[in-house]
Write a protein that binds this ligand. Structure first.
Ligand code: GCW
Length: 720
């Protein structure tokens, strides 16, 4: 007896002392470990051990597989099939749920549309049943993932009443992947598309990719780089693309391709790619028809035209609308769309780069076909750590417009820095454009609230590669995750999404969640502070966009230098975009113009984006501009140190493998943050001629040292 007691005590101690299971991050947020809270686990077991889930399609089979593997993991018991009346869990389309149908109101069915679902706890035959229903198999798939999320995040299930549907239509990942498997601005290894082995070999990773996307509602994947290689349109590659399309289809993901506008010339041997030329139109029609032979539900094209050296309709004296519409005509009979990028600027145009996209596209409003959607980056320059919202949002009331954000951290520390991007995306989504009166936020415009005729969407430039953990940094997975959640519903908060992600990816322990969520929410501001505080932008090194390079002044194009943007001189610093300067502000609504133009209201965060101010300009804090800038740089680097301490204090909650990975990455992040700080402060000091205020440690090296640093062979320099 005694012995038994001792043995069981020993066993308990042993169990408690056991290290957390090592994890390499491959499972993303779909880990399905047994629910740690024993009473919650037994409640879930009690409710969900018997289920009804009829399967009549590949999509439903995919959903059911996910359910079984998810439940088996979470409740640590394999659930059993049972008839509706004896099931605690019923997952089926509305036509298959028998008498339960009367519980679902017509209005909620109408609300969910073709992609939404209902999750409801109902009472039947004297017990509670969780009903997941939808009009379509896709709704069931999304509903199943949501149910699993509820369990993964430890939610009560006794009185669920969820009616969910996506607020935008096209929720796509843009891969900047090249056929040779390099990834432009990719920092997580090589492209996951193994073109050489496709279509014969379907890497199981493609299925896991599709599962992860479906779990957050992503429904499209642009497979290749916008700096497009024409090979993708050859029969050999189309067969490979078909392989991926077939693998993704059960998960509701359509494939799209980036195309090069000069393909009719380069691939088709025509003399021109003029979009109004009859042969050119025919070439594209034939090509599109050929693609649909391979992939009957092909999504369409993404096009980067007349931008950064890419060919486009303007090469032939035609407008962006004429170019886009020609492709749209070819795709329309198949229900395909054209995503036409507004990321255009030309160094031959003497105007402020920030104004050029608006100048090009505003006059074209209403001229695009119904199946064209103009894809606009969140800000007017290029995915900087902070930019004001793009003036095209709200300026195209008769043109479908989608938001493009960058998940891969080209300007946010690659895959080394912990930067949770949802606050950045939300800053854009929540921005009030005033174009349709007060509260006409970017989010509401994207949701198509002001013109029901328009198609809607969001694109995220993927941060995925062959790294075992997909995104290079364990926390970079959160950016893939939050993109999907925000594209589904732009009104969700960065905090709620971080909460879910942390719980699913690490643990439900509230001490860990509360602490780490705060760090995540602060992380983007930290990086703004040590890279580009107070509205500075585009001061990264020209060399692969890695590290600081505020001194960059000698590039093939002025609009690729740093000095073009910060305009530091003896008098002060910042880009005057008010009426005394480039007047880029005139592209916004009067309310927005005034807000940013007036120094009383312009937030510190955007100050040097819109104003050139004297070094001794008095800031709200009472400090001079110079002192405030220095303060931000130091605060940024210090906040990384703080984050390191916080992480170290959480060791007990995280498995050794991921704990160590993050710890090492944070150490590099700190070094790089200090380098950014010191290089920028020393460089700007050559103009301000003022000392680093007392109390801040002096930089370890002089400016010449930082300027001389070289970093060859940086990642993300894709060869296509
Ligand atoms: O930010 C710039 C990147 C380019 C990219 C371009 C774009 C794909 O440095 O690498 O090209 O944006 O968005 O087209």
């Amino acid at each position: 007896m005694k012995l038994r007691l001792i043995t069981s005590i020993a066993l308990i101690i042993l169990l408690q002392a056991q290290p957390l299971k090592a994890e390499n991050g491959y499972d993303l947020w779909l880990r399905y470990l047994p629910v740690a809270n024993a009473s919650l686990r037994s409640q879930y077991q009690h409710s969900l051990s018997h289920y009804f889930f009829p399967v009549g399609s590949d999509r439903l089979a995919a959903a059911k597989n996910e359910l079984i593997s998810g439940l088996t993991g979470l409740i640590a018991t394999k659930p059993q099939m049972a008839p509706v009346a004896q099931s605690g869990l019923v997952i089926a389309t509305i036509d298959k749920i028998g008498p339960l149908k009367k519980i679902v109101s017509d209005s909620s069915l109408k609300t969910i549309g073709d992609e939404g679902y209902i999750i409801k706890t109902v009472s039947q035959a004297g017990h509670l049943t969780i009903l997941v229903t939808a009009k379509t198999d896709l709704g069931i798939l999304y509903g199943t993932f949501n149910l699993l999320r509820l369990l993964q995040t430890g939610k009560a299930i006794a009185s669920l009443n969820i009616v969910e549907y996506p607020k935008t239509m096209y929720r796509v990942l843009d891969h900047w992947d090249n056929p040779v498997r390099t990834v432009e601005r990719g920092y997580a290894g090589f492209s996951i598309w193994n073109w050489h082995k496709l279509p014969g070999y379907i890497d199981p990773r493609y299925i896991d990719y599709a599962r992860a996307n479906a779990s957050v509602g992503i429904n499209g994947s642009v497979l290749n780089n916008v700096n497009a290689n024409i090979q993708m349109l050859t029969p050999a590659y189309l067969a490979k693309v078909k392989g991926l399309a077939d693998a993704f289809r059960p998960y509701g993901i359509k494939v799209y391709l980036s195309v090069k506008f000069s393909s009719p010339v380069e691939l088709g041997g025509l003399k021109t790619a003029d979009p109004l030329d009859a042969d050119v139109k025919k070439w594209w029609q034939d090509k599109v028809n050929e693609i649909y032979q391979y992939i009957p539900d092909f999504g369409g094209f993404l096009v980067k035209a007349n931008s950064e050296g890419q060919p486009g309709p303007q090469t032939y004296g035609r407008s962006h609308a004429e170019g886009a519409n020609m492709l749209a005509d070819a795709l329309a009979p198949h229900n395909g769309i054209v995503m036409w990028r507004a990321f255009v600027y030309d160094d031959k145009v003497p105007d402020d780069r920030a104004k050029q996209a608006y100048n090009e596209f505003k006059p074209l409003d209403g001229k695009f076909n119904k199946n064209v959607i103009v894809q606009v980056k969140n800000g007017p320059i290029d995915f900087q750590p902070r930019e004001p919202f793009h003036p095209l949002f709200g300026a195209l009331p008769n043109t479908s417009t989608m938001l493009e954000v960058q998940l891969t951290q080209e300007y946010l520390g690659f895959s080394t820095h912990l930067v949770y991007e949802a606050p950045l995306f939300k800053e854009c989504l929540n921005a009030d454009t005033y174009t349709q009166g007060k509260k006409s936020t970017v989010a509401r415009i994207l949701e198509g609230k002001y013109n029901a005729e328009l198609i809607t969407g969001m694109a995220g430039v993927a941060n995925i590669g062959t790294d075992l953990n997909w995104c290079g940094h364990p926390f970079a997975q959160a950016n893939w995750y939050c993109f999907g959640r925000l594209a589904w519903d732009p009104e969700q908060t960065a905090s709620a999404i971080a909460d879910d992600w942390l719980r699913m990816t690490f643990t439900n322990d509230n001490r860990f969640i509360a602490t780490m969520k705060q760090e995540m929410l602060q992380s983007r501001e930290n990086t703004v502070n040590y890279m580009t505080p107070l509205g500075l932008h585009h001061i990264m090194s020209a060399n692969g966009h890695y590290g600081p390079g505020p001194w960059t002044d000698n590039m093939s194009r002025a609009d690729w230098t740093a000095v073009y943007y910060h305009k530091a001189d003896a008098a002060g610093i910042g880009f005057d975009r008010t009426r005394t300067g480039s007047n880029a502000l005139a592209q916004y609504s009067p309310e927005v113009q005034q807000y940013f133009e007036n120094l009383e209201t312009c937030p510190d965060e955007y100050l040097l984006w819109f104003h050139h101010l004297a070094w001794n300009y008095k800031m709200r804090s009472g400090k001079t501009l110079w002192d405030e800038m220095v303060h931000h740089y130091y605060m940024g680097a210090d906040s990384v140190k703080h984050m390191q301490q916080v992480w170290n204090s959480l060791e007990a909650y995280v498995d050794h493998e991921r704990f160590t990975a993050v710890k090492q990455l944070m150490a590099i992040q700190y070094e790089e943050a200090v380098r950014w700080r010191d290089a920028c402060v020393l460089y700007f000091q050559t103009f301000s001629k003022q000392p680093i205020p007392a109390g801040y440690p002096q930089p370890e090296h002089d400016l010449a040292y930082y300027r001389a640093l070289r970093f060859p062979n940086l990642p993300g320099q894709g060869v296509n």
